[in-house]
Design a binder for this molecule. Sequence first.
Ligand code: PLP
Length: 404
Amino acid sequence: MIDITKIRSEFPILSREVYGKPLVYLDNAATTQKPRCVVEKIQEMYYSLNANVHRGVHFLSQEATEAHENARKTVQQFINAASPNEIVFTRGTTESINLVASSFCRQFCREGDEILISSMEHHSNIVPWQMQEDILGVKLQVAPINVNGELLLDEFEKKITERTRLVAVTHISNVLGTINPVEEIVRIAHKHNVPVLIDAAQSVQHAVVDVQQMDCDFLVFSSHKIYGPTGVGVLYGKEKWLNVIPPYQGGGEMISSVSFEKTTYNGLPFKFEAGTPDFVGSSALATALDYVSAIGIENIANYEHELLQYATEKLEAIDGIRFIGTAKNKSSVISFLIKDIHPYDLGTLLDKMGIAVRTGHHCAEPLMQEFRIPGTVRASIAFYNTKEEIDLLVTALQRIVKMF
Ligand code: PLP
């Protein structure tokens, strides 16, 4: 069960006003707000535990190192990875995908080899692969979706050829809310001996993510979308892959020994963490994950699903509304358009009423082209939102529709 009053009191920002109105924050797919414990963790680290990790014999350095490595274990447990060696800290989902695109392709791809994605990917799961098209001549293949925004699994399988080197798909679409059948996707890809990267940027905060059950080869997510700080992210990779792909960046920490003649690299996971890592960020991410675990991801998922159903029913009553993304299996992201009102106008007017939603292409321009729309208005729900806030959204939209 979700104790909404208690939860909301733990997020100070939720009680602020904008334009003299109570803030209704429905832009959670872009970034989530931070509970007090996460902010306090950051403060505590800088006030009492700040020292560079891995390099010092002194007390503080050892404590900071321990905090960073404990954070790795927390992430490992949160996604049920087999070992902390499989957890690499990065700057976010985007950097994690760039790391895999660069290192995996360098090791395993030659001109004409293919990377298979879906048409509902975020730019960060498109552009890094396109950069490899320029560098190595690999080809991007795109699996189609139906009008509801569901991946067509048969078509997906047909796109796998003997040149496919990797499948990279999102678990949950940031625009459509579609929950992809990732276990099935992995099963199909593995049948053809193709490894799979899962973009979990929109799923770790809403659903149980168990990498061993999923059997994915890589999985990536961002701390800031799961109530943690910005600037930190995670790359999970099976050891068998991380061991054989080359480092992404060079520098301190990722080496075993350096001479001008020959440099050897460190073991996992440090091989992929060049330079001083954000050990404050990783610790605060661990605090966020502990916070989410204490509430229970299943409780969060159930409550958010209830809000999704409530919001969908209420919004359906608005004259001229059109939902973009009507998959059977959906998370709490609602993209819509109303009549021919430009999404930017809807978003701006909602903002003046204190309601924060996102408008535009949501870093998924190819998906917009597929639906032949300029963009959408997107309301994305977190477990600190309420039915009252949904009512405020609906009433505001009704007022706006009357104005047009
Ligand atoms: N993938 C998906 C599905 C996303 O929704 C986002 C961000 O919105 C990203 C990747 C990129 O995340 P970040 O900007 O935190 O690197």
